[in-house]
Design a protein around this ligand. Structure first.
Ligand code: NAP
Length: 324
């Protein structure tokens, strides 16, 4: 066995071609701790693992304490909220992620939620499916135009800008955005306007969340924020569920004046069966599919695999998350 071969633990399924790339270079264990039957294998592999690759599982202090030989973690995601950044930093472990390759697909998903909620797509498709299309539909089932409405984008990074591009250039929508500082995006100049967060909430017809989940953004959308939104506005979250206080969202729909909500992400995933959001008539729920297309999931797996191979070889990965 070559001295350069290292121990890699794959904690979420990889496409076969990417797994083969890892196996060519290293000794690989595949164990997904989310599956009860594989949890013990994951735990057993941790103490010898030098590289971790996967997604959707918390790599926290407790996990890292058991992974004393770890050199690099490669996440198949752009968001890094599942990782204890301080614990990685203090141990000198490199964290890689997959920005960029999922931007357009995730923006498509957000726009699909905007269309679905405004035009009541799921509700009306179900009406046909269930045999209730017996006459011309009446005003009570009319939707709400998307084109020309004002979109407010909270978080104006890669995905926020891609969403704004669709809205401004494709649907003639004025776009307001908020992030911690204004951003210069030449092809959107004149189409998007930086505003304070409260002003964005007050002025937008449709508010979309595309923020990372951090200590600053956790629970950011609460009763106060929903109350600021325009009567009849729509709310869409394609970022992370914990950015939204779900009871406050339900109040805004049932007691307040929110028209509808489109959600790809939830505080608890998969969405618990008893969540009132699941069956709410004015909420469209998706099972966290922001980046879930064949092409994009393959691109994410390829990038994450390259990141880990480079990091374990002591070379510069394609995208290292700055741990400060
Ligand atoms: P990004 O390029 O880093 O953009 C994040 C934006 O949020 C930046 O404009 C950033 O600007 C802003 N921001 C950060 N903290 C903020 C704060 N406290 N207040 C206001 N603005 C803040 O990231 P991205 O690639 O667009 O991805 C965004 C997030 O989408 C990811 O972190 C991930 O959680 C989520 N996501 C979800 C899915 C899905 O499947 N649904 C798929 C991909 C990504 P400043 O730092 O200048 O404020």
């Amino acid at each position: 066995m070559s001295e350069k071969r290292k121990q890699v633990l794959v904690f979420r399924e990889l496409p076969a071609d990417q797994l083969a790339r890892l196996q060519d270079a290293h000794d690989v264990t595949v164990a997904n701790p989310r599956l009860p039957e594989q949890k013990a294998a994951f735990e057993a592999a941790l103490p010898r693992a030098q590289g971790l690759i996967g997604a959707s599982y918390p790599i926290d202090e407790a996990v890292l304490q058991r992974a004393g030989r770890l050199e690099a973690v490669s996440s198949m995601s752009v968001g890094v909220d599942n990782y204890s950044l301080a614990a990685l930093r203090s141990r000198g472990i490199v964290l890689c992620h997959t920005p960029g390759v999922l931007t357009e697909t995730t923006a498509d998903t957000l726009f699909a939620l905007i269309m679905a909620t405004s035009r009541r797509i799921v509700e009306l498709a179900n009406l046909v499916c269930e045999g209730h299309w017996t006459d011309h539909i009446g005003e009570d089932l009319f939707g709400w135009d998307v084109h020309g409405k004002t979109l407010g984008v909270l978080g104006f990074g890669r995905i926020g800008q891609a969403l704004a591009r669709r809205a401004a250039l494709g649907f003639g929508m004025p776009v307001l955005y908020h992030s911690r500082r204004p951003v210069d995006v030449p092809d959107l100049a004149g189409h998007v306007h930086y505003t304070a967060r409260d002003e964005l909430l007050e002025r937008a017809d449709i508010v979309a969340i595309v923020l990372p989940l951090t200590d600053e953004t956790r629970g950011l959308m609460g009763s106060r924020e929903f109350a600021l939104m325009k009567p009849g506005a729509i709310f869409v979250n394609g970022a992370r569920g914990a950015i939204v206080q779900e009871p406050a969202l339900l109040d805004a729909l049932d007691v307040g004046t929110l028209r509808a909500a489109g959600l790809d992400v939830f505080a608890t995933e998969p969405l618990p069966l008893d969540s009132p959001l699941r069956t709410h008539p004015r909420v469209t729920c998706l099972p966290h599919i922001g980046s879930a297309t064949h092409e994009t999931r393959q691109a994410m797996a390829e990038m994450a695999t390259s990141n880990l191979l480079l990091a374990l070889a002591g070379e510069q990965p394609l995208a290292v998350y700055p741990l400060g």
